[in-house]
Design a protein around this ligand. Structure first.
Ligand SMILES: *Cc1c(COP(=O)(O)O)cnc(C)c1O
Ligand code: SF4
Length: 354
């Protein structure tokens, strides 16, 4: 039988590999969780003989998604209460997130925006787009906009170009970030035609923000997709989600970050998992994350090192995490540091400035 370009049912999935008990139970459960959809491209990257394959864990649902702990929420970052329109989140004074679609090429089981993802609102309408353009035109304190979702590359090139050109017209200076997981989940979507369209805007700041979580996601096809963005003049940055059983060891993360840099992608954030309901089985204890950050820092260059960060619950905002090198001051007022190798150094302030 002909294989589909997307896999959306248990029957289709079982043509690739046998399901585990936890996976079978999810398909038997008919409650309200993120829908199941995997691109044919991504499923072909999964090792069918390994039930613990790190790529499989990101995309094949498990009954553990229906387990909620008391501290978890559907919206831990309070995005809804920080929304000026249903699709526009204004949580930080100088930047906004515009949710142009709820669709993705593959749904990630760790998705932190699952209150919105695949919720049925589909693509942004022209009226909503004009409202958002007017908002950023009036709010000049907004310096950056994340074009996100869902995955904005589920829109056609034409729709995407309309969005960019209307925003550009409203705010020529606005820094745009095109946030997409498609270089990892459907790299053929990054066509020469898309790159040519984006290139016409490359004299203005449009950053591409990708999400690669494991070195095996970097394939010849995804390298080509990344090269198309960079060659079109768009800087590319990557955000990795720290995930249990996927990338929670130093060797995997080190390899991933070095591969990204080799493909001209700057590792930007390594995210601690948000307290989103149904993702607890994929979160890593913070203490382990901190240890990984320390080990990574000693193995990676500054260029290859992402910022380990947490988006604090109840809309507290993003804050960096990591080893504290600055320890305090000595009796002369000089700053005391720990060195990464366990030594101690002091650094005095300039004289006569107290
Ligand atoms: C993460 C996020 C941003 C961008 O934060 P940076 O630290 O600048 O990357 C902006 N708006 C919202 C709502 C966010 O969640
Ligand atoms: S691509 Fe992004 S928005 Fe879509 S399911 Fe994955 S994490 Fe969520």
């Amino acid at each position: 039988m002909e294989k589909q370009s997307v896999i959306t049912t248990r029957e289709e999935l079982e043509r690739y590999f046998a399901l585990t008990e936890d996976e079978k139970q999810w398909f038997a459960y008919h409650g309200d969780t993120l829908p199941f959809l995997i691109s044919r491209y991504f499923i072909d990257l999964i090792d069918p003989s390994d039930p613990n394959d790190p790529l499989r864990k990101q995309v094949v649902p498990s009954i553990r998604e229906t387990h909620m702990t008391g501290r978890e929420h559907s919206d831990p970052l309070l995005e809804v209460s920080h929304s000026v329109f249903p699709r526009l989140i204004h949580r930080y004074a100088n930047r906004v997130a515009f949710l142009v679609t709820d669709r993705c090429a593959t749904y990630c089981r760790h998705c932190f925006r699952r209150r919105f993802t695949a919720s049925g609102c589909t693509h942004v309408s022209h009226r909503e787009l004009e409202q958002v353009a007017e908002y950023v035109e009036q709010h000049t304190e907004v310096k950056e906009m994340l074009i996100t979702g869902g995955d904005p590359l589920t829109l056609s090139d034409t729709r995407l170009e309309t969005i960019i050109s209307i925003l550009r017209k409203a705010r020529p200076d606005l820094v745009l970030r095109l946030c997409t997981r498609m270089p990892a989940t459907l790299p053929d979507r990054i066509t020469g035609k898309l790159a040519t369209m984006l290139k016409t805007y490359s004299g203005t700041a449009i950053f591409v923000m990708t999400q690669f979580n494991h070195p095996r996601e970097i394939t010849p096809a995804s390298r080509k997709a990344l090269a198309r963005f960079v060659d079109a003049g768009l800087p590319v940055m990557n955000q990795t989600v720290l995930l249990r059983g996927v990338n929670d060891n130093v060797g995997t993360l080190e390899e991933l970050m070095n591969l990204l840099v080799a493909n001209r992608v700057k590792p930007y954030y390594l995210f601690q998992g948000d307290l989103v309901g149904g993702t607890g089985h994929l979160r890593v204890p913070l203490e382990h994350g901190l240890a990984l950050e320390g080990q990574l820092r000693s193995r990676l260059s500054g260029l290859a090192m992402p910022v380990y960060a947490i988006d604090l619950p109840e809309g507290g905002g993003k804050v960096p995490l990591g080893a504290r090198y600055l320890q305090g001051r000595d009796t002369d007022g000089a700053w005391i540091f720990h060195t990464p190798s366990g030594g101690r150094r002091t650094y005095p302030d300039p004289e006569g400035e107290n």
